[in-house]
Design a protein around this ligand. Structure first.
Ligand SMILES: [Zn+2]
Length: 503
């Protein structure tokens, strides 16, 4: 039996409400997870939250709250968005989980025993009002980049992880593993970044200036740097060092999906951490692009933050999923436009897909009282189109191109609508050609069934509505994508509009 497909999202930092970027990453992951389930594989889809560090401590203080109280209130906000968007994860991990802490401690023990961690001086600049530590290069004209006030030079004792020791190994590994970082352009960026010597990573902060973190095991005056803490989730979520049987069942991860802004952590720190504890590399780190809003970068100060809760309330989860998956090629940036979302909703979803399903089920109601007739022939040009669509969708998804999968599906949706226009079933009905009309409708409904099946990965609630109107329930599978399994006599629900048009 093959290993379950293990896919992860980054852990989201809970210092603010989830935005379009979080929604996009989780929609992409959910689509892949659902598609692998559709292929008949067992799937482990993990998402979660990153809950330690200065920014969270500060966000909590701003609200006059204890940090743990604050994160406990933020986490359900993320989870409720995932429910709204139809994100079907198998496990939700929090960096405040006890289990995660214990595993992190085990990892430190291994690294210390190997001599990969040492104590040293960390030099930098400190902004007291912001409680932020900056490196020389992060300063803005010698001042704090956040508040532009004066900063003080600071040197503190901390613990360092020997990244530099593994640099040449990592370069070799990246060169030999073309699919480890996807897309190719990002892999090249990492390789060119690695042409300069890597500095060792400072992995602690003194408790004196940051209390909200996991205690560093061999020095209680230090807490663990949030990135080191957060990255470990990918193995702590599958019980590394605690239940090695479970761990080896899921590991290596097949796909870590991340935004391009956090690729260095995932393509440099993370593989080196794994190498140092002697754990196999994940198969692929996929870096997706950013969404700009009507052409400019999302930022709170610009006030162009798109609230995913609002979008779903206005247009529904599937319209949002369709728009994000279809509008940008995975790996490239996308430009979000609400007008364009409405346009796609009205044309692709309402006019094309919604109309096809409504027509097929309404005609069955009108001409056959809603019962599937006996077909005397299954000859229809749609059959061949559907077979090649299934292959196209599979190849597109395994090649990380959900937009191309959707294009292949919509090709068939539009073809099926043309098929109705060309065959004029209303004329067949008028001329009382029952047999021809029956064969035509069975072919059309069979097409609707196969579209419902293939759409389960992309538009889960729409797919479910389509399939249940045909009396099909249960876990959909690519094995069901065979022509001709609609049963004669089955009662089909009268069509309801799937996507009401939006003005
Ligand atoms: Zn400052």
């Amino acid at each position: 039996m093959s290993k379950p497909f293990y896919i992860t999202t980054p852990l989201y930092y809970v210092n603010a409400k989830p935005h379009i970027g979080h929604a996009y990453t989780n929609i992409v992951c959910d689509t892949f997870a659902r598609f692998h389930r559709f292929l008949g594989e067992e799937v482990r889809f993990m998402t979660g939250t990153d809950e330690h560090g200065t920014k969270i401590d500060r966000a909590a203080k701003d609200q006059g709250k204890d940090a743990k109280v604050y994160v406990d209130e933020m986490v359900p906000l993320f989870q409720s968005l995932w429910n709204l968007l139809g994100i079907q994860y198998d496990y939700f991990i929090r960096t405040t989980d006890d289990n995660h802490h214990q595993i992190l401690q085990n990892i430190f023990k291994t690294l210390e025993a190997k001599g990969d961690i040492y104590r040293g001086k960390y030099k930098g600049w400190y902004c007291t009002p912001c409680e932020s530590f900056w490196t020389e290069t992060q300063l803005a004209e010698g001042k704090c980049p956040d508040c532009h006030r004066d900063v003080q030079q600071l040197a503190e004792d901390n613990y360092f992880f020997r990244l530099s020791k593994y640099q040449s190994w990592l370069v070799g590994y990246l060169r030999d593993s073309p699919r480890f970082v996807w897309p190719e352009t990002r892999r090249n960026e990492i390789l060119s970044f690695l042409e300069r010597p890597l500095e060792d990573l400072c992995i602690t902060r003194p408790r004196a200036r940051l209390t909200w973190g996991i205690a560093y095991p061999s020095s209680p005056e230090h807490v663990v740097y949030v990135w080191f803490d957060a990255l470990v989730n990918y193995v702590s979520g599958v019980a590394y060092s605690k239940d090695m049987k479970q761990f080896s069942r899921f590991w290596p991860a097949d796909l870590h999906v991340v935004g391009k802004d956090i690729l260095r952590q995932h393509a440099i720190y993370w593989p080196i951490m794994l190498k140092a504890i002697d754990v196999e590399m994940p198969r692929t780190v996929l870096a997706h692009g950013w969404w700009t809003i009507e052409g400019s970068k999302v930022s709170k100060s610009r006030g162009n933050v798109v609230d995913p809760f609002e979008i779903v309330k206005r247009y529904g989860a599937d319209a949002f999923r369709y728009y994000l998956l279809h509008e940008a090629r995975l790996g490239l940036d996308g430009s979000y436009s609400e007008d364009l979302l409405v346009e796609r909703l009205n044309s692709d979803l309402a006019d094309d897909l919604g109309n096809l399903v409504l027509r097929a089920t309404s005609m069955l109601e009108r001409y056959f009282s809603g019962r599937i007739p006996d077909a005397t022939s299954s000859a229809t040009p749609l059959r061949g189109k559907l077979a090649s669509m299934t292959d196209l969708v599979k190849n597109a998804m395994l090649g990380f191109q959900p937009y191309a999968a959707l294009d292949a599906i919509w090709e068939v949706v539009r073809e099926a609508n043309r098929f109705v226009e060309q065959n004029k079933p209303w004329v067949l009905a008028k001329e009382n050609k029952k047999e021809e009309l029956g064969n035509f409708l069975v072919g059309l409904l069979e097409t609707v069934r196969l579209l419902g099946l293939v759409l389960t990965s992309f538009l889960p609630s729409t797919a479910e509505k389509i399939l249940s109107s045909l009396g099909i329930n249960g876990r959909p599978s690519i094995q069901d994508m065979q022509w001709g399994s609609l049963k004669a006599g089955v009662r089909v629900e009268k069509g309801v509009p799937l996507f009401p048009k939006v003005e």
